[in-house]
Design a protein around this ligand. Structure first.
Ligand SMILES: NC(=O)C1=CN([C@@H]2O[C@H](COP(=O)(O)OP(=O)(O)OC[C@H]3O[C@@H](n4cnc5c(N)ncnc54)[C@H](OP(=O)(O)O)[C@@H]3O)[C@@H](O)[C@H]2O)C=CC1
Ligand SMILES: O=C(O)C1=N[C@H](C(=O)O)C[C@H](O)C1
Length: 251
């Protein structure tokens, strides 16, 4: 049995993870902690893998504490920058078990979103224009979404590798309506009651358009990916920091 602890267990995602772990035949729930609880109660004596879904402002601190505790961590919380990721890598190097410590961060655990991201990186070099629109429930605290930022980075990288220049855009006045520019790609965020988690990637050439869209209608859609990550960390996932569920899929 894989012993799984959940941090952020009372939240929208954390509570689904608790249910998913309880429903998995090869896992048992160890600790379910939330704001105000001491993460130092989580240790190798009671936990194999921790799943962390909290808020961007606290996630790095939680992950550093859990690495120091010597447990492997699956992270779904957003807000990861290059600087924060560097701190995670440094913490792993200085951890109690630097040669076996595993940390996995996924911008999105839904297969639809992971595939949309993957297809977008494949399509990117064929189009002059690219923009990303993400659409979420209004209780989300960050914008744009971690997934949209990840998608924009992937498109920008693919465009650069193909020798494409800037996307065409003759906008002269912009009161903010052109969205946030992430690595040269415009990213737009919609917050609407009734939505859960959705993303549209728009590609354009003269006379044609490709739209790649992923819709996550229910938080249950993230759970197979979370359980896959837990199983991989408990078995053959690489040591160190791994980013993205695509690493665990046969793409
Ligand atoms: N990777 C993926 O596939 C997905 C990622 N997400 C991301 O996951 C994160 C969580 O989303 P969601 O569940 O909707 O958010 P919620 O606000 O519903 O849940 C966050 C939970 O974390 C708790 N919390 C706050 N601070 C701490 C702390 N220091 N230690 C432990 N727990 C704490 C909160 O408690 P309190 O409310 O009392 O502060 C709350 O219960 C977000 O970053 C979101 O973008 C969401 C969906 C899918
Ligand atoms: O807050 C959410 O709901 C989601 N957050 C993640 C993100 O910011 O990309 C993943 C998914 O979009 C749902």
């Amino acid at each position: 049995m894989i012993r799984v602890s959940v941090v952020g267990a009372k939240g929208r995602m954390g509570s689904h993870v608790v249910d998913a772990v309880n429903g998995a035949e090869d896992m048992e729930l160890a600790l379910a902690l939330d704001a105000g609880d001491d993460l130092k109660n989580i240790a190798p004596a009671n936990t194999d893998v921790v799943v962390e879904f909290t808020v961007p402002s606290v996630s790095l601190g939680n992950v550093l504490t859990l690495i120091a505790q010597g447990v492997d961590v699956v992270v779904g919380t957003t807000g990861w920058t290059d600087e924060k990721l560097a701190q995670v890598r440094e913490a792993i190097a200085n951890s109690p078990r630097p040669d076996s410590q595993k940390v996995f961060i996924a911008p999105n655990f839904a297969i639809s979103a992971v595939l949309a991201d993957y297809f977008a990186t494949k399509a990117a070099k064929y189009f002059e224009s690219a923009e990303v629109i993400e659409l979420h429930h209004p209780n989300k605290v960050d914008a744009p979404s971690g997934t949209a930022i990840h998608t924009a980075h992937g498109i920008a990288e693919a465009r650069k590798a193909a020798g494409l220049g800037d996307v065409p855009d003759n906008t002269e006045t912009d009161g903010g309506s052109r969205g946030q520019v992430v690595d040269g790609i415009h990213v737009h965020a919609v917050r609407l009651r009734g939505l859960n988690a959705h993303e549209e990637v728009l590609f354009g050439n003269a006379g044609e358009q490709l739209t790649i869209r992923a819709d996550s209608f229910d938080r249950g859609s993230f759970m197979p990916g979370v359980l896959l990550a837990v199983r991989k960390l408990a078995s053959d996932a690489p040591t160190g920091l791994t980013i993205g569920l695509d690493n665990f899929l046969d793409l």
